[in-house]
Design a protein around this ligand. Structure first.
Ligand SMILES: Nc1ncnc2c1ncn2[C@@H]1O[C@H](COP(=O)(O)OP(=O)(O)OP(=O)(O)O)[C@@H](O)[C@H]1O
Ligand SMILES: [Mg+2]
Length: 323
């Protein structure tokens, strides 16, 4: 089956209590590509996903998947898509294989065709060892893999993933990224995923939109977005966290410096010309008696792009997520 495009035009939704979740969002996802919606908590990511997966209705605007209107023809859209929601849909009392089989039956599959598809997916997401165990005892990563396999049982053309790796260890996260990329290629999927993890979008997505307060604040390929952010990034790594405020003050006082942000034991800033800025940075740090481990220069990261466009800092966001 060929993969399908996604087209979203001017989507708006306000929840009761005057909470404006989406304020006119538009984007297009070419067939067979991986697309990511990036944004802080409450940006409207899940609301956009719910509308696209026919679980919520927009107030205004439209969304089409493979040319089919998600509001007018939800049944037809549901047959074309697979969804991994932010919360797991796994039945804890059933085994992995039973979960997959039940999901297949819900899609009208049965017999040998279903059994073969279950075997195929168990192998693809590397669940062979866990498939006959009860899912209630699975680790978070194994449960997520089962969620992904379940979403693909009926061979959808489009896969939606709402924060697929939030809360997982870095190793498991990397493994799931690999699986998503492999599945997208093998099953010829169009993939739309939301994420807080910039690295996730950088690794997986051909194109991204950054949402903030229900609006698109930037869109493009990760490398395009990084290139659009002119200049370089200068990072000052410090020995002690105590030195961070003084380093921040020293850098913020320099005219050549923009967007000074704190990342753990480092202070990061953007400059137009790193060669000219580094001596000034070193002098300012020395004048304020700040001891730095290193001062490094890099091209802007997707993190810098994100900080530039989203109104809240990522560390604030990550703090909220881990709380
Ligand atoms: N059912 C609802 N009723 C009222 N307000 C809601 C509802 N669902 C979401 N909201 C609000 O709409 C806004 C957007 O929420 P949404 O869940 O789409 O954001 P998100 O980007 O997915 O956030 P997160 O990263 O925390 O998952 C938030 O302010 C949220 O509190
Ligand atoms: Mg969400």
């Amino acid at each position: 089956m060929p993969s399908a495009t996604i087209e979203v035009r001017d989507l708006a939704k306000t929840y009761p209590g005057d909470v404006r979740a989406l304020a006119g969002v538009s984007f297009a996802v070419p067939a067979g590509s991986v697309f990511s919606i990036l944004g802080p908590n409450g940006a409207g990511k899940s609301t956009a996903m719910k509308i696209l997966t026919t679980l919520a209705r927009p107030d205004t605007g439209s969304a089409h998947i493979g040319g089919i209107d998600v509001v007018r023809d939800p049944q037809q859209v549901r047959r074309m898509i697979g969804c991994v929601a932010q919360r797991s849909g796994v039945d804890s009392s059933a085994t992995g294989r039973e979960n997959l089989t039940l999901q297949g039956r819900l899609h009208g599959m049965s017999g040998r065709k279903l059994a073969r598809r279950v075997d195929e997916l168990v192998e693809q997401v590397d669940l062979t060892a866990a498939a006959s165990r009860v899912a209630g005892n699975y680790s978070g990563g194994t449960k997520r893999k089962l969620d992904i396999a379940m979403s693909l049982i009926h061979r959808p053309q489009v896969l939606f993933l709402d924060e697929p790796t939030t809360g997982l260890d870095p190793e498991i996260r990397a493994e799931i990224w690999q699986q998503i990329a492999a599945l997208a290629a093998i099953e010829r999927l169009t993939v739309l995923l939301t994420t807080h993890h910039l690295e996730e979008a950088d690794r997986l997505a051909d194109r991204v939109v950054i949402l903030d307060h229900g609006r698109v604040v930037a869109k493009g390929s990760p490398s395009q977005l990084k290139d659009d952010l002119k200049g370089d990034a200068v990072q000052v790594d410090l020995i002690e966290p105590r030195a961070v405020p003084a380093a921040h003050r020293a850098l913020a006082g320099l005219e050549a410096i923009r967007e000074v942000t704190i990342e753990g034991c480092a202070v990061r800033a953007r400059v137009d010309d790193a060669a000219a800025a580094v001596p000034l940075v070193l002098a300012a740090l020395a004048a304020d008696g700040v001891n730095a481990v290193s001062v490094t220069v890099a091209r802007p990261s997707l993190h810098d792009v994100y900080l530039h466009y989203a109104s809240r800092s990522l560390s604030e966001l990550e703090e909220e997520t881990t709380r």
